[in-house]
Design a protein around this ligand. Sequence first.
Ligand SMILES: Cc1cc2nc3c(=O)[nH]c(=O)nc-3n(C[C@H](O)[C@H](O)[C@H](O)COP(=O)(O)OP(=O)(O)OC[C@H]3O[C@@H](n4cnc5c(N)ncnc54)[C@H](O)[C@@H]3O)c2cc1C
Length: 382
Amino acid sequence: MHDPRPIAWMNSDLAMFRDAVRRFLADEAVPNDERWQKQRQVDREFYLKAGSMGMLCPSIPEEYGGGGGNFAHEAIVNEELNYIGCSSFAQGVHGTICAHYILAYGNEEQKQRWLPKLCSGEWICAIAMTEPGTGTDLQAVKTRAIRDGDHYVLNGSKIFISNGQLADLIIVVAKTDPSQGAKGISLIVVEADKAPGFTRGRTLEKLGMHGQDTAELFFEDVRVPVANLLGSEGRGFAELMNQLPQERLTIAVGAQACIERAVGLTRDYVKQRKIFGQPMMELQNTRFKLAECETVSRVTRAFVDECVVKHIAGQLTPAEASMAKYWATDQLTRVIDECLQLHGGYGYMMEYAITRMYADTRVQRIYGGANEVMKELIARSL
Ligand SMILES: Cc1cc2nc3c(=O)[nH]c(=O)nc-3n(C[C@H](O)[C@H](O)[C@H](O)COP(=O)(O)OP(=O)(O)OC[C@H]3O[C@@H](n4cnc5c(N)ncnc54)[C@H](O)[C@@H]3O)c2cc1C
């Protein structure tokens, strides 16, 4: 389904990596994805396979077991997963987001302890910010990590956590000083197998992305060694803010790949579907709608690519990352809605790819910071 138009940040080495990822996913993800959706999570072994082929943490330095690449490698994995419509595998959360928190804020001992296991797929990682009472307003988190000797005592609950059931390592956003707002927040890393008092709730039933194990997590007097503090005590909010642009650009890259897939699928469908004795593609409305969608796709691709190039050069601003996330995901839901309409009743049947895309992608305007928040951040930069 991938449109072979030139991509600004690609080169011949990256093309080889893309081919390898595509072949791997065709062999290992495509035949299993339906089963993963039914069981509501991917197989743990898939992480090990993805780790050994080098697509789990492709931009973590080789000294920690990663691929030694850059954000372009992450973008390729993200695009290829979206081109095959695999929303089950949360590589973005595990490798593009969580592993980079550890790389950015971990001390040398922490990086050596955790990153090789994340790169190999032996351990799976999650990040737990959102709580039942607060999502957007992160400063208001209620989970507490109160110092007691050489441990923090963690109490609280988290919701909507991707990889929640599978995670071995969880970066928990907690207040180490509840008397403070943003300045009282720290990042505490919980190793699930060494955390009595840590429990997982049910896997949440979602509109789409059925193969992802989105879950509730509970912490009751969980004693976490102070050595598991990531970054500096009280700096957690600033640390989150510094990493969010990469998360937001990742969502934008995935959204753009979905737009391309939706337009490709729909173009193929309307060329073979006959209405009034002629292919639907002959009807002016079909032609105009597809022309609009393809134009949106090209324009969005140009901006997202510009942001990827800037991010690789270390020059992407938080406002630009917000623009990419807001724009690409808003356009995505618009384009998919138009494409689904062109499928008629078949667009409402789960056996059609466009239908699953409709359900899988709606969340993109909400997570990673709701698009309304993106507009606030953009406005602040004006
Ligand atoms: C499938 C899925 C996976 C997720 N994975 C994770 C994860 O791995 N880790 C994690 O920590 N969280 C995760 N989340 C949580 C996600 O990040 C939050 O749902 C999101 O930040 C919104 O928070 P909320 O749901 O509490 O909505 P609220 O904060 O209650 O916001 C509700 C709505 O209010 C509006 N709004 C918010 N702020 C403003 C504003 N400033 N101005 C105007 N309108 C506004 C928006 O329309 C928003 O959608 C996930 C969520 C989903 C659905």
